[in-house]
Design a protein around this ligand. Structure first.
Ligand code: SF4
Length: 461
Protein backbone atom coordinates (compact mmCIF):
# COMPACT_ATOMS: atom_id res chain seq x y z
CA UNK A 1 0.00 0.00 0.00
CA UNK A 2 1.51 3.34 -1.06
CA UNK A 3 0.30 6.45 0.67
CA UNK A 4 0.44 9.99 -0.62
CA UNK A 5 0.46 12.15 2.51
CA UNK A 6 3.46 12.71 4.71
CA UNK A 7 4.72 14.28 7.83
CA UNK A 8 4.57 18.08 7.83
CA UNK A 9 3.81 21.14 9.94
CA UNK A 10 1.89 24.42 9.72
CA UNK A 11 2.48 27.81 11.32
CA UNK A 12 0.59 31.11 11.31
CA UNK A 13 0.93 34.47 13.04
CA UNK A 14 -0.80 37.84 13.40
CA UNK A 15 1.03 40.70 15.11
CA UNK A 16 1.27 44.46 15.21
CA UNK A 17 4.35 44.74 12.99
CA UNK A 18 6.13 42.75 10.27
CA UNK A 19 5.73 39.02 10.86
CA UNK A 20 8.02 37.31 8.34
CA UNK A 21 10.94 36.87 10.71
CA UNK A 22 8.63 35.11 13.19
CA UNK A 23 7.29 32.80 10.48
CA UNK A 24 10.83 31.99 9.42
CA UNK A 25 11.82 31.20 13.05
CA UNK A 26 8.62 29.23 13.64
CA UNK A 27 9.23 27.07 10.56
CA UNK A 28 12.85 26.57 11.55
CA UNK A 29 11.62 25.19 14.90
CA UNK A 30 9.21 22.88 13.07
CA UNK A 31 11.75 21.68 10.50
CA UNK A 32 12.07 18.25 12.18
CA UNK A 33 8.56 17.47 10.86
CA UNK A 34 9.59 17.60 7.19
CA UNK A 35 12.61 18.79 5.24
CA UNK A 36 11.70 18.43 1.57
CA UNK A 37 9.65 21.58 0.95
CA UNK A 38 8.98 24.84 2.76
CA UNK A 39 6.88 27.91 2.06
CA UNK A 40 5.74 31.26 3.44
CA UNK A 41 2.71 33.41 2.53
CA UNK A 42 1.95 36.85 3.99
CA UNK A 43 -0.82 39.39 3.43
CA UNK A 44 0.71 42.81 2.77
CA UNK A 45 -2.50 44.83 3.23
CA UNK A 46 -3.35 44.61 -0.45
CA UNK A 47 -2.62 41.06 -1.63
CA UNK A 48 -1.17 37.75 -0.54
CA UNK A 49 2.49 37.17 -1.43
CA UNK A 50 3.82 33.59 -1.55
CA UNK A 51 7.22 31.90 -1.96
CA UNK A 52 7.85 28.15 -1.70
CA UNK A 53 11.10 26.21 -1.99
CA UNK A 54 12.48 22.72 -2.40
CA UNK A 55 14.62 22.20 0.71
CA UNK A 56 14.87 23.47 4.26
CA UNK A 57 13.85 26.94 5.40
CA UNK A 58 17.35 27.88 6.54
CA UNK A 59 19.03 26.74 3.32
CA UNK A 60 16.56 28.10 0.81
CA UNK A 61 15.09 31.47 1.83
CA UNK A 62 17.54 34.26 1.00
CA UNK A 63 17.57 37.51 3.00
CA UNK A 64 16.41 39.35 -0.16
CA UNK A 65 13.40 37.06 -0.38
CA UNK A 66 12.60 37.50 3.31
CA UNK A 67 12.88 41.28 2.88
CA UNK A 68 10.39 41.13 0.02
CA UNK A 69 7.65 39.84 2.34
CA UNK A 70 5.60 42.60 3.91
CA UNK A 71 2.69 42.44 6.31
CA UNK A 72 1.53 41.72 9.83
CA UNK A 73 0.00 38.31 9.20
CA UNK A 74 1.02 35.19 7.38
CA UNK A 75 1.34 31.42 7.36
CA UNK A 76 4.10 28.90 6.66
CA UNK A 77 4.59 25.21 6.02
CA UNK A 78 7.34 22.56 6.08
CA UNK A 79 6.78 19.21 4.45
CA UNK A 80 8.19 15.95 3.22
CA UNK A 81 5.95 15.57 0.21
CA UNK A 82 3.93 18.60 -0.91
CA UNK A 83 4.90 22.16 -1.74
CA UNK A 84 2.70 24.43 0.39
CA UNK A 85 1.08 26.89 1.09
CA UNK A 86 -0.98 27.12 -2.12
CA UNK A 87 -2.65 30.34 -3.19
CA UNK A 88 -6.10 30.63 -4.73
CA UNK A 89 -8.66 33.16 -5.98
CA UNK A 90 -12.33 32.29 -5.59
CA UNK A 91 -15.73 33.45 -4.40
CA UNK A 92 -14.33 33.43 -0.85
CA UNK A 93 -11.63 35.89 -1.98
CA UNK A 94 -7.88 35.45 -2.23
CA UNK A 95 -6.57 32.79 0.16
CA UNK A 96 -3.45 30.73 0.91
CA UNK A 97 -3.88 27.26 2.43
CA UNK A 98 -1.51 24.83 4.17
CA UNK A 99 -2.22 21.58 5.99
CA UNK A 100 -0.59 18.71 7.85
CA UNK A 101 -2.00 15.18 7.51
CA UNK A 102 -3.23 12.82 4.82
CA UNK A 103 -6.36 12.29 2.70
CA UNK A 104 -6.99 8.56 2.44
CA UNK A 105 -9.89 8.85 -0.02
CA UNK A 106 -7.88 11.17 -2.27
CA UNK A 107 -8.40 9.15 -5.46
CA UNK A 108 -12.19 8.97 -4.94
CA UNK A 109 -12.39 12.71 -4.31
CA UNK A 110 -10.23 13.49 -7.34
CA UNK A 111 -12.44 11.37 -9.59
CA UNK A 112 -15.61 12.90 -8.18
CA UNK A 113 -14.31 16.46 -8.55
CA UNK A 114 -12.86 15.92 -12.04
CA UNK A 115 -16.19 14.41 -13.12
CA UNK A 116 -17.78 17.69 -12.02
CA UNK A 117 -15.38 19.56 -14.31
CA UNK A 118 -12.76 20.66 -11.78
CA UNK A 119 -9.15 20.92 -12.98
CA UNK A 120 -6.04 20.20 -10.89
CA UNK A 121 -2.34 21.02 -11.23
CA UNK A 122 -1.02 17.77 -9.78
CA UNK A 123 -3.95 16.39 -7.79
CA UNK A 124 -2.17 17.01 -4.49
CA UNK A 125 -3.89 16.72 -1.12
CA UNK A 126 -3.61 20.48 -0.67
CA UNK A 127 -5.39 21.13 -3.98
CA UNK A 128 -8.29 18.92 -2.95
CA UNK A 129 -8.58 20.55 0.47
CA UNK A 130 -8.39 24.08 -0.97
CA UNK A 131 -10.97 23.40 -3.66
CA UNK A 132 -13.38 21.78 -1.19
CA UNK A 133 -13.09 24.85 1.05
CA UNK A 134 -13.61 27.27 -1.85
CA UNK A 135 -16.75 25.47 -3.07
CA UNK A 136 -18.72 26.75 -0.08
CA UNK A 137 -20.08 30.25 0.53
CA UNK A 138 -17.54 31.10 3.21
CA UNK A 139 -14.38 29.66 4.79
CA UNK A 140 -16.12 28.28 7.90
CA UNK A 141 -18.68 26.44 5.77
CA UNK A 142 -15.82 25.20 3.54
CA UNK A 143 -13.78 23.86 6.46
CA UNK A 144 -16.93 22.29 7.95
CA UNK A 145 -17.51 20.49 4.66
CA UNK A 146 -14.08 18.84 4.92
CA UNK A 147 -15.29 16.72 7.82
CA UNK A 148 -18.00 15.24 5.57
CA UNK A 149 -15.86 14.73 2.49
CA UNK A 150 -12.38 13.86 3.75
CA UNK A 151 -11.52 10.50 5.18
CA UNK A 152 -8.20 11.07 6.90
CA UNK A 153 -6.32 13.52 9.09
CA UNK A 154 -5.78 17.25 8.77
CA UNK A 155 -4.66 20.23 10.80
CA UNK A 156 -4.84 23.32 8.61
CA UNK A 157 -4.38 27.08 8.33
CA UNK A 158 -6.07 29.40 5.82
CA UNK A 159 -4.73 32.93 5.28
CA UNK A 160 -7.32 35.45 4.07
CA UNK A 161 -7.30 39.25 3.74
CA UNK A 162 -9.20 39.47 7.03
CA UNK A 163 -7.27 37.02 9.22
CA UNK A 164 -6.22 33.38 9.59
CA UNK A 165 -8.48 30.35 10.07
CA UNK A 166 -7.08 27.35 11.96
CA UNK A 167 -8.81 23.98 12.21
CA UNK A 168 -8.24 20.40 13.24
CA UNK A 169 -10.10 17.32 11.98
CA UNK A 170 -12.78 15.91 14.26
CA UNK A 171 -10.45 13.18 15.61
CA UNK A 172 -7.48 15.45 16.35
CA UNK A 173 -4.92 13.12 14.75
CA UNK A 174 -2.27 15.75 14.13
CA UNK A 175 -1.46 18.38 16.76
CA UNK A 176 -2.34 22.07 16.44
CA UNK A 177 -2.11 24.74 19.10
CA UNK A 178 -2.66 28.44 19.67
CA UNK A 179 -0.52 30.94 21.56
CA UNK A 180 -0.81 34.63 22.42
CA UNK A 181 1.10 37.45 24.03
CA UNK A 182 0.50 41.23 23.95
CA UNK A 183 -1.32 41.52 20.63
CA UNK A 184 0.55 38.65 18.92
CA UNK A 185 -1.48 35.56 18.03
CA UNK A 186 0.06 32.33 16.77
CA UNK A 187 -1.07 28.94 15.52
CA UNK A 188 1.43 26.10 15.21
CA UNK A 189 1.71 22.35 14.79
CA UNK A 190 3.90 22.24 17.90
CA UNK A 191 4.23 24.43 20.97
CA UNK A 192 8.04 24.66 20.65
CA UNK A 193 7.68 27.03 17.70
CA UNK A 194 5.50 29.26 19.85
CA UNK A 195 7.47 29.27 23.09
CA UNK A 196 10.68 29.91 21.20
CA UNK A 197 9.39 33.19 19.84
CA UNK A 198 8.57 34.29 23.39
CA UNK A 199 4.89 33.33 23.65
CA UNK A 200 3.76 31.61 26.83
CA UNK A 201 -0.04 31.47 26.90
CA UNK A 202 -1.02 28.41 24.86
CA UNK A 203 -3.89 26.02 24.29
CA UNK A 204 -4.63 23.17 21.89
CA UNK A 205 -7.11 23.61 19.05
CA UNK A 206 -9.84 21.09 19.91
CA UNK A 207 -10.66 18.27 17.52
CA UNK A 208 -13.34 19.66 15.17
CA UNK A 209 -12.79 23.29 16.26
CA UNK A 210 -12.60 26.07 13.65
CA UNK A 211 -10.83 29.15 15.02
CA UNK A 212 -10.55 32.58 13.41
CA UNK A 213 -7.50 34.68 14.33
CA UNK A 214 -7.45 38.44 13.74
CA UNK A 215 -5.69 41.44 15.27
CA UNK A 216 -8.42 41.30 17.95
CA UNK A 217 -7.54 37.75 19.06
CA UNK A 218 -8.99 34.23 18.70
CA UNK A 219 -12.63 33.41 18.09
CA UNK A 220 -14.06 29.89 17.86
CA UNK A 221 -16.27 30.11 14.80
CA UNK A 222 -17.61 26.58 15.02
CA UNK A 223 -17.15 23.38 17.01
CA UNK A 224 -17.92 20.35 14.85
CA UNK A 225 -19.28 17.28 16.57
CA UNK A 226 -16.46 14.92 17.51
CA UNK A 227 -17.47 11.40 18.56
CA UNK A 228 -14.03 10.29 19.64
CA UNK A 229 -10.48 11.54 19.71
CA UNK A 230 -7.61 9.78 17.98
CA UNK A 231 -4.45 11.66 18.90
CA UNK A 232 -1.46 10.07 17.19
CA UNK A 233 0.44 8.22 19.97
CA UNK A 234 3.59 8.20 17.82
CA UNK A 235 3.85 11.99 18.25
CA UNK A 236 4.93 11.61 21.88
CA UNK A 237 7.31 8.71 21.23
CA UNK A 238 9.05 10.06 18.12
CA UNK A 239 7.55 12.70 15.82
CA UNK A 240 7.23 15.75 18.06
CA UNK A 241 10.16 17.65 19.52
CA UNK A 242 10.95 16.94 23.18
CA UNK A 243 10.31 20.56 24.18
CA UNK A 244 6.71 20.49 22.93
CA UNK A 245 3.47 19.86 24.79
CA UNK A 246 0.68 18.16 22.86
CA UNK A 247 -2.92 17.79 24.00
CA UNK A 248 -1.96 18.45 27.59
CA UNK A 249 1.02 16.08 27.78
CA UNK A 250 4.66 17.20 27.67
CA UNK A 251 6.60 15.14 25.13
CA UNK A 252 9.52 14.93 27.56
CA UNK A 253 7.26 13.58 30.32
CA UNK A 254 5.87 10.94 27.96
CA UNK A 255 9.36 9.85 26.85
CA UNK A 256 10.66 9.72 30.44
CA UNK A 257 7.66 7.54 31.38
CA UNK A 258 8.27 5.24 28.40
CA UNK A 259 11.93 4.84 29.43
CA UNK A 260 10.87 4.09 33.01
CA UNK A 261 8.54 1.35 31.74
CA UNK A 262 11.45 -0.27 29.90
CA UNK A 263 13.59 -0.19 33.06
CA UNK A 264 10.68 -1.58 35.08
CA UNK A 265 10.40 -4.52 32.72
CA UNK A 266 14.15 -5.21 32.95
CA UNK A 267 13.93 -5.14 36.73
CA UNK A 268 10.93 -7.51 36.76
CA UNK A 269 12.80 -9.92 34.51
CA UNK A 270 15.86 -10.13 36.76
CA UNK A 271 17.65 -6.83 36.04
CA UNK A 272 20.55 -6.18 33.76
CA UNK A 273 24.19 -5.72 34.79
CA UNK A 274 25.16 -2.76 32.61
CA UNK A 275 27.67 0.09 32.95
CA UNK A 276 25.52 2.80 31.46
CA UNK A 277 22.31 3.71 29.65
CA UNK A 278 22.61 5.75 26.46
CA UNK A 279 20.20 7.24 23.91
CA UNK A 280 20.07 7.03 20.17
CA UNK A 281 19.94 10.82 19.62
CA UNK A 282 17.78 12.75 19.36
CA UNK A 283 14.46 11.04 19.96
CA UNK A 284 15.96 8.35 22.25
CA UNK A 285 17.17 10.95 24.78
CA UNK A 286 13.96 11.24 26.79
CA UNK A 287 13.54 7.46 26.86
CA UNK A 288 17.12 6.89 28.06
CA UNK A 289 16.71 9.56 30.75
CA UNK A 290 13.57 7.81 31.98
CA UNK A 291 15.41 4.49 32.06
CA UNK A 292 18.24 6.14 33.99
CA UNK A 293 15.86 7.75 36.51
CA UNK A 294 14.12 4.46 37.28
CA UNK A 295 17.14 2.13 37.21
CA UNK A 296 19.81 4.43 38.69
CA UNK A 297 22.16 3.34 35.89
CA UNK A 298 24.55 6.17 34.86
CA UNK A 299 23.34 8.13 31.82
CA UNK A 300 26.05 8.64 29.20
CA UNK A 301 26.08 9.81 25.60
CA UNK A 302 27.77 7.30 23.29
CA UNK A 303 26.99 9.08 20.01
CA UNK A 304 27.78 12.61 18.92
CA UNK A 305 24.94 14.05 16.84
CA UNK A 306 25.81 15.83 13.61
CA UNK A 307 23.43 18.79 13.78
CA UNK A 308 23.88 19.53 10.09
CA UNK A 309 22.52 16.17 8.91
CA UNK A 310 18.81 15.79 8.10
CA UNK A 311 16.52 13.58 10.10
CA UNK A 312 16.90 10.17 8.42
CA UNK A 313 13.36 8.88 8.95
CA UNK A 314 11.84 11.65 6.87
CA UNK A 315 14.07 11.23 3.83
CA UNK A 316 12.13 10.02 0.82
CA UNK A 317 14.01 6.90 -0.24
CA UNK A 318 15.48 3.98 1.70
CA UNK A 319 18.93 4.72 0.23
CA UNK A 320 18.75 8.35 1.31
CA UNK A 321 17.58 7.30 4.78
CA UNK A 322 20.46 4.87 5.22
CA UNK A 323 23.05 7.34 3.92
CA UNK A 324 21.73 10.01 6.26
CA UNK A 325 21.59 7.61 9.22
CA UNK A 326 25.27 6.84 8.75
CA UNK A 327 26.20 10.51 8.45
CA UNK A 328 24.34 11.87 11.42
CA UNK A 329 25.93 10.06 14.37
CA UNK A 330 29.53 9.32 15.27
CA UNK A 331 30.53 6.99 18.12
CA UNK A 332 32.18 8.41 21.25
CA UNK A 333 34.80 5.71 21.66
CA UNK A 334 36.00 6.83 25.10
CA UNK A 335 32.52 6.32 26.59
CA UNK A 336 31.98 3.03 24.78
CA UNK A 337 35.15 0.95 25.18
CA UNK A 338 34.74 -2.18 27.36
CA UNK A 339 31.25 -1.11 28.45
CA UNK A 340 27.99 -3.01 28.73
CA UNK A 341 25.49 -0.55 27.27
CA UNK A 342 21.70 -0.27 27.47
CA UNK A 343 20.82 1.62 24.28
CA UNK A 344 17.38 3.32 24.18
CA UNK A 345 15.59 4.16 20.94
CA UNK A 346 12.07 5.35 20.17
CA UNK A 347 11.07 2.63 17.69
CA UNK A 348 12.37 0.11 15.19
CA UNK A 349 10.87 0.53 11.73
CA UNK A 350 13.12 -1.17 9.19
CA UNK A 351 15.91 -2.17 11.59
CA UNK A 352 18.72 -0.86 9.39
CA UNK A 353 19.54 2.20 11.48
CA UNK A 354 19.68 0.43 14.84
CA UNK A 355 21.80 -2.30 13.25
CA UNK A 356 24.34 0.34 12.17
CA UNK A 357 24.36 1.86 15.66
CA UNK A 358 24.93 -1.49 17.37
CA UNK A 359 27.69 -2.33 14.89
CA UNK A 360 29.31 1.09 15.48
CA UNK A 361 29.32 0.58 19.26
CA UNK A 362 30.72 -2.95 18.99
CA UNK A 363 33.42 -1.76 16.57
CA UNK A 364 34.33 0.91 19.12
CA UNK A 365 34.89 -1.76 21.77
CA UNK A 366 31.52 -2.11 23.56
CA UNK A 367 31.35 -5.46 25.37
CA UNK A 368 27.57 -5.81 25.08
CA UNK A 369 24.75 -3.71 23.62
CA UNK A 370 21.19 -4.24 24.93
CA UNK A 371 18.62 -2.38 22.84
CA UNK A 372 15.48 -1.06 24.56
CA UNK A 373 12.65 0.28 22.41
CA UNK A 374 10.00 2.70 23.70
CA UNK A 375 7.29 1.82 21.15
CA UNK A 376 5.84 -1.67 20.87
CA UNK A 377 6.72 -3.47 17.58
CA UNK A 378 5.32 -1.51 14.62
CA UNK A 379 2.91 -3.93 12.89
CA UNK A 380 0.80 -1.69 10.62
CA UNK A 381 1.52 1.20 8.24
CA UNK A 382 0.25 4.67 9.10
CA UNK A 383 -2.53 6.08 6.95
CA UNK A 384 -2.83 9.41 8.70
CA UNK A 385 0.21 11.42 7.62
CA UNK A 386 3.32 9.76 9.10
CA UNK A 387 5.67 8.22 6.58
CA UNK A 388 5.53 4.55 7.57
CA UNK A 389 4.39 3.38 4.20
CA UNK A 390 4.20 -0.32 3.61
CA UNK A 391 3.99 -3.61 5.47
CA UNK A 392 7.20 -4.63 3.67
CA UNK A 393 9.13 -1.84 5.41
CA UNK A 394 8.16 -3.02 8.90
CA UNK A 395 10.79 -5.45 10.12
CA UNK A 396 8.46 -7.02 12.72
CA UNK A 397 6.22 -8.16 9.83
CA UNK A 398 9.06 -10.29 8.46
CA UNK A 399 8.80 -12.32 11.68
CA UNK A 400 5.01 -12.22 12.12
CA UNK A 401 3.64 -11.88 8.56
CA UNK A 402 -0.02 -11.77 9.64
CA UNK A 403 -2.07 -10.98 12.72
CA UNK A 404 -0.93 -9.33 15.93
CA UNK A 405 1.41 -10.11 18.80
CA UNK A 406 -1.02 -11.59 21.29
CA UNK A 407 1.25 -13.48 23.73
CA UNK A 408 4.35 -12.63 25.71
CA UNK A 409 6.10 -15.66 24.17
CA UNK A 410 5.45 -14.23 20.68
CA UNK A 411 6.95 -10.90 21.78
CA UNK A 412 9.99 -12.66 23.27
CA UNK A 413 10.42 -14.67 20.07
CA UNK A 414 10.34 -11.49 17.97
CA UNK A 415 12.79 -9.74 20.31
CA UNK A 416 15.30 -12.63 20.12
CA UNK A 417 14.95 -12.73 16.31
CA UNK A 418 15.52 -8.96 15.96
CA UNK A 419 18.46 -9.03 18.40
CA UNK A 420 20.09 -11.64 16.19
CA UNK A 421 19.30 -9.66 13.05
CA UNK A 422 20.79 -6.38 14.32
CA UNK A 423 23.72 -7.93 16.22
CA UNK A 424 22.51 -6.82 19.69
CA UNK A 425 22.94 -8.89 22.86
CA UNK A 426 19.25 -8.41 23.63
CA UNK A 427 16.24 -6.40 22.45
CA UNK A 428 13.18 -5.52 24.52
CA UNK A 429 10.15 -3.43 23.59
CA UNK A 430 7.45 -1.84 25.72
CA UNK A 431 4.22 -3.79 25.56
CA UNK A 432 1.20 -1.92 24.11
CA UNK A 433 -0.37 -1.84 27.59
CA UNK A 434 2.84 -0.41 29.08
CA UNK A 435 3.07 2.12 26.25
CA UNK A 436 -0.50 3.38 26.76
CA UNK A 437 -0.17 3.57 30.54
CA UNK A 438 3.08 5.59 30.17
CA UNK A 439 1.19 8.20 28.11
CA UNK A 440 -1.52 8.44 30.76
CA UNK A 441 -4.14 9.35 28.14
CA UNK A 442 -7.30 7.20 27.84
CA UNK A 443 -6.72 4.49 25.25
CA UNK A 444 -9.94 5.45 23.43
CA UNK A 445 -8.56 8.98 22.88
CA UNK A 446 -5.47 7.72 21.04
CA UNK A 447 -4.73 6.41 17.56
CA UNK A 448 -2.76 3.18 18.10
CA UNK A 449 -3.21 1.78 14.62
CA UNK A 450 0.56 1.33 14.13
CA UNK A 451 0.41 -1.35 16.80
CA UNK A 452 -3.11 -2.81 16.98
CA UNK A 453 -4.23 -2.20 13.38
CA UNK A 454 -7.53 -0.72 14.59
CA UNK A 455 -8.93 2.20 12.64
CA UNK A 456 -10.14 4.93 14.98
CA UNK A 457 -13.06 5.54 12.60
CA UNK A 458 -15.05 3.24 10.32
CA UNK A 459 -12.76 1.93 7.65
CA UNK A 460 -12.94 3.67 4.29
CA UNK A 461 -14.05 1.34 1.50
S1 SF4 B 1 -1.23 5.00 12.52
FE1 SF4 B 1 0.46 5.33 14.00
S2 SF4 B 1 1.67 7.08 13.19
FE2 SF4 B 1 -0.30 7.03 12.13
S3 SF4 B 1 -1.64 8.44 13.27
FE3 SF4 B 1 -2.01 6.38 14.10
S4 SF4 B 1 -0.53 6.15 15.79
FE4 SF4 B 1 0.13 7.91 14.56
Amino acid sequence: MKLTGDNCAVFGIIKQNDCVEDIYKGLDFLQHRGQQFCGIATFNGNRIFLITHYGQVRNTFSSQELDSFKGNMGIGHVSLNERQPMMWQGAVGEIAVAFSGNIINREDLLTEMKDRGEAFYHGLNIEIISKLIMQEKNIVAGISKLSEKIYGAYSLVVLTHEGIYAARDIYGFRPLMLGEKSGTYVVSSESRAVQDIGISKCRDVMPGEIVFMSKDGFETKKQLESHRRAHCAFEWAYTASMDSKIDGLYVQEARNNLGKKLAERDLKEGGIKADLVAPVPLSGIGHALGYHMFSGLPYQEVFLYNRYADRSYTQLTQDARERMAQNKLSVLKYATMDKIIVLCDDSIVRGTQIKNKVRGLKNAGAKEVHVRVACPPLMYPCDFGISTRTYEELVARAYIPEGDITTFDQLKGLEAWIADKIGADSVKYNSLEGFVSALNIPRESLCLKCWDGKWPMDKHK
